[in-house]
Design a protein around this ligand. Structure first.
Ligand code: MG
Ligand code: ZN
Length: 210
């Protein structure tokens, strides 16, 4: 029986991490990548990390955009990254309204579990990078290491605060090199199943491959 270890992953929040969200992104034409985003993601790709996105998109459930609009945003994002040799392998989005009480909206870890079911990774060596404490909470609940984009003065449970995704990747590369602990991750089964929340608007949110 193969005992090959699972690869590590970096799960990225989208808005405020990969793209500017000073204005809401409700369609592909509104997507503005940060100028450092593609190079940072490519560096993770090249280092052997599985790179995926976990994003709250309650605007779909609230009717500001359609599920098709959201898919188009992610197709555009993947196309822009591809031009610079960078790849996001899968997108998991919570499209439920914020008050739906679903299992997938961060700070709950459902989106991360869902990604893990599609592309298994070694949680103990994996990271989530986000700009809100809800990203950090989701990461820690799923057993991932958490990096927060934002000023350290804000207070966070993340192990590191950084200015942007480029600095987050610098930190990941550095701390991974320093990590000599044997990973103990086995073939763990996610505890949760992914149903819709207790709300008529709460449809299951499928993972889309990048
Ligand atoms: Mg964000
Ligand atoms: Zn949800």
């Amino acid at each position: 029986m193969s005992d090959r270890p699972l690869p590590p992953a970096v799960i990225l929040d989208r808005d405020g991490v990969i793209n500017d969200n000073d204005e809401p992104v409700n369609g592909p034409e509104q997507l503005r990548l940060y100028p450092w985003a593609a190079a940072a993601i490519r560096r993770l790709n090249e280092a052997g990390y599985r790179v995926m996105v976990a994003t709250n998109q309650g605007g779909v459930g609230l009717g500001y955009m359609s599920a098709q609009d959201l898919d188009a945003v992610h197709e555009r994002l993947s196309a822009l990254l591809k031009e610079e040799g960078a790849v996001i392998e899968a997108y998991a989005a919570c499209t439920h309204p914020p008050q739906a009480g679903c299992d997938c909206r961060k700070p709950r870890p459902g989106l991360i579990h869902k990604l893990w079911e599609v592309i298994p990774f070694d949680k103990s060596r994996s990271f989530m990078v986000g700009d809100r404490e809800s990203d950090v909470e989701a990461a820690l609940a799923a057993g991932l290491r958490a990096i927060r984009i934002g000023p350290p003065s804000e207070g966070t449970r993340a192990e590191r605060s950084v200015a942007n995704l480029r600095e987050a990747v610098d930190y990941i590369m550095q701390t991974s090199r320093d990590d000599f602990s044997p990973h103990t991750m086995g073939a763990k089964t996610p505890r949760e199943t992914f149903r819709g929340g207790g709300n008529d608007d709460a449809r299951p949110c499928p993972v889309h491959m990048g």
